[in-house]
Design a protein around this ligand. Structure first.
Ligand SMILES: C[S@@+](CC[C@H](N)C(=O)[O-])C[C@H]1O[C@@H](n2cnc3c(N)ncnc32)[C@H](O)[C@@H]1O
Length: 275
């Protein structure tokens, strides 16, 4: 068992009710299955559509570190057979109750993303993770190995997350001020919450993907499209478009989203025919 992941699991179990109440304030979770744009950032939905088409019917999709599960609801709304995994059973309980209210059929499986042993080899067409996931992960190689294992040959792993270039700066609009060097990646312990977080670099994220055997399909590095990113809101629209202009807000001159699509190599042809 990964002790860091275990500590983070306990935190998320404790925090689940608080996040449930917060997300109930705007109730956006009720809309994601009909408005999938609400659940994606950084061009990830467009990339998914390019890879898998508009209709995900007959596609087996697994979400790792599913959290609020807005993405699971959106993917189910697009027709996919969705398996939602998270290390926190309590986060999954909240999501499962919401899925029931929305009439969505989603399989919820409690699992550390670095140990998905309850999921079979080569059982998914697509695996996704979304923002705020990697920061909790001590063992990136373990996660990418597992993602590769559960994907069918030719399947894709698509993720978007906070771009590593966001991390070194103090969270203030002006002046732009460095808080720590890019290469200081953690673990950053929080003694009160008993959590451990990581600020991985681009190299930290991409090299283990290659080591797991993935083929790079696309990388996107995008700015925030909505000022909510700079105003600390997760989903509700921001109110100050000036924050999107790098001359007003210098950090807006760097990418805030990193979106990556990688492919598990397709099976080798047998006697001239695709396996
Ligand atoms: C900040 S949330 C973000 C997740 C999701 N993108 C969202 O928008 O809600 C982080 C989630 O990752 C989960 N998590 C943390 N460590 C994990 C791990 N090792 N394996 C799987 N899930 C993990 C937490 O339980 C939590 O639900």
């Amino acid at each position: 068992m990964n002790e860091i992941h275990e500590s983070n699991r306990r935190h998320w179990d404790r925090a689940a009710r608080k996040w449930e109440a917060l997300r109930d304030e705007d109730g956006l979770w009720r809309r994601c299955h009909k408005e999938p744009d609400l659940a994606f950032e950084g061009g990830a939905l467009e990339l998914l559509r390019e890879i898998a088409g508009d209709d995900l019917t007959e596609k087996d999709v697994c979400l790792v570190g599913s959290g609020d599960n807005y993405t699971a609801f959106a993917l189910a709304g697009l027709g996919a057979r969705v398996t939602s995994t998270d290390i926190s059973q309590r986060q999954l309980d909240v999501a499962s109750d919401r899925a029931r209210q929305l009439g969505l059929s989603i399989a919820f499986v409690q699992a550390d993303a670095a140990n998905l042993q309850s999921l079979e080899n080569s059982s998914f067409d697509l695996v996704c993770s979304t923002n705020g996931f990697f920061v909790w992960i001590a063992d990136l190689q373990g996660v990418f190995n597992e993602v590769s294992r559960i994907l069918r040959p030719g399947g894709f792993y698509v993720f978007y997350d906070i771009h590593p270039f966001v991390r070194p700066w103090k969270d203030q609009i002006r002046p732009i001020e460095m808080e720590k060097p890019y290469w200081e990646t953690g673990p950053f312990g929080d003694s009160e919450r008993e959590t451990f977080e990581f600020n991985w670099t681009l190299a930290d994220l991409l090299n283990p993907l290659a080591k797991s055997g993935f083929i790079l399909f696309r990388i996107l590095e995008s700015p925030a499209e909505d000022s909510r990113f700079w105003q600390g809101y997760s989903y509700v629209p921001g109110t100050d478009n000036r924050l999107l202009d790098w001359k007003e807000n210098p950090r807006a001159g760097l990418p805030v989203w990193l979106t990556v699509a990688v492919q598990k190599p397709p099976a080798a042809p047998v006697d001239g025919h695709a396996a």
